[in-house]
Design a protein around this ligand. Structure first.
Ligand SMILES: [Zn+2]
Ligand SMILES: [Zn+2]
Length: 398
């Protein structure tokens, strides 16, 4: 079966001003959509239907033709909200194993056991207390593994996140470690996500990202995604498995990253564990999210938003100044914007917008803000002057 409903509805009733603003927004959005279409037509001709995520890939040692990746179950609430480990964790791994594990294949997926205590101590992008035992690429035991977590991270806007840690040399980006996070909040709060097959599909997609895959445009694989629709297929297909084989290659061994530089003194990183130079051992982190609140039209998004404004970025440079780490610790950072015009709600003056990013992590479909840029924003209110964008769909450059 498929998820029957995929988006939140708000109770806000449209009034006369709302309708007026909405049609105005539709015109703005329509002209922007034409520009986006032209850009994506170019993308198709150059991308050649390869669904690789950027140029990210695993590599196997020079003397071998295969790499084995343990995908470890670090999900600590397997029975929460009625889905269980079998459907939302074990099956996706077996599904990937089916499509990519063959004698000539580059990669084998193994179910592993989560290392002891990793659920509370592992977070490659840094919780405030997790650097004591870091199961990221700075720890050789973690290289070649993917850890999958679940937790109630709160109303973050995403229901699943995949993170890869990359070591780059000469422009070649090798994945050395991966994490998958499922946000139980949405399974608890919305029936659409309280569905083992929906969670299985999201888990499948996030694991696929940690193998170096991007989304596909056809709804015949768990790698299908659009901002507005979580697809119906909960398994990877043969094409996905072939792509993993194709992009995973050998040209040397994975270089162990250098040890954490303690830089400012013997215990600098003990005192400031979240300082950038104490994180990641030289690797960079990239993330992909499955957004929980997708909208089929701008009008629908308008109805669901608490506020709709156009605004100019005053300070977009706060992304590594983390303001909070909900749940087990994905970082959240802020941008400061000046409102230019209000289409819905009573926001005014200077506002802050929160995004899941920071500490070296970038969510690639939700990039940073540049000072002076203008956006049309569909917002969810978090506090008096604090908002988050309902979904990256709801942030339109002007
Ligand atoms: Zn390579
Ligand atoms: Zn995705």
């Amino acid at each position: 079966m498929t998820g029957s409903s995929r988006h939140e509805k708000s109770c806000a009733a449209p009034g006369a001003t709302t309708r007026h603003a909405s049609s105005r927004l539709t015109r703005i959005a329509a002209s922007l959509a034409v520009a986006a279409l032209a850009a994506s037509a170019l993308d198709v001709s150059t991308a050649m239907a390869r669904n690789q995520w950027a140029n990210y890939h695993w590599e196997f040692p020079a003397d071998q033709t295969q790499i084995t990746i343990n995908v470890n179950n670090c999900q600590d609430d397997p029975d929460l909200y009625g889905y269980d480990t079998n459907v939302h964790f074990v099956y996706p791994n077996a599904d990937w194993d089916d499509v990519i594990n063959n004698p000539d294949g580059a990669i084998a997926v193994l179910d592993g056991d989560c290392p002891a205590n990793v659920a509370t101590q592992s977070d490659p992008i840094g919780t405030f207390n997790s650097r004591v035992v870091a199961y990221d690429a700075s720890n050789s035991e973690s290289q070649g593994t993917v850890n999958a977590f679940n937790a109630n991270y709160g109303r973050t806007g995403w229901v699943g996140v995949a993170i890869v840690e990359l070591i780059s040399s000469s422009g070649d980006n090798h994945i050395v470690y991966g994490e998958v996070h499922l946000n139980d909040y949405y399974a608890g709060a919305y029936n659409a996500y309280n569905d083992p097959l929906v969670m299985r599909k999201i888990q499948c997609q996030e694991v696929g990202h940690t193998f170096g895959l991007d989304h596909v445009k056809k709804d015949n694989s768990c790698m299908y995604s659009s901002m507005a629709f979580i697809g119906s297929d909960y398994e990877p297909n043969g094409h996905d498995g072939g792509m993993v084989d194709k992009i995973t290659h050998g040209h040397g061994t994975i270089e162990p990253p250098p040890p954490v530089d303690d830089g400012g003194g013997d215990d600098f990183c003990d005192k400031k564990p979240t300082h950038r130079r104490c994180l990641g051992a030289g690797g960079v982190f990239r993330g992909k999210a499955t957004w929980a609140e997708g909208y089929e039209s701008d009008d629908e998004m308008f109805e669901a938003a608490d506020a709709v404004v156009s605004a100019r970025v005053l300070n977009g440079s706060l992304f590594d100044r983390v303001v909070g780490a909900p749940g087990r610790g994905l970082p959240v950072s802020q941008a400061v914007l000046q409102i230019q015009e209000v289409f819905k709600g009573n926001a005014k003056g200077v506002i802050r917008i929160e995004h899941t990013r920071g500490l070296g992590l970038e969510i690639e479909d939700d990039p940073g803000y540049v000072n002076g840029d203008n956006y049309l924003l569909f917002l969810r209110q978090l506090g008096a002057k604090t908002y988050r964008v309902v979904n990256p769909q709801g942030r339109i450059a002007q």
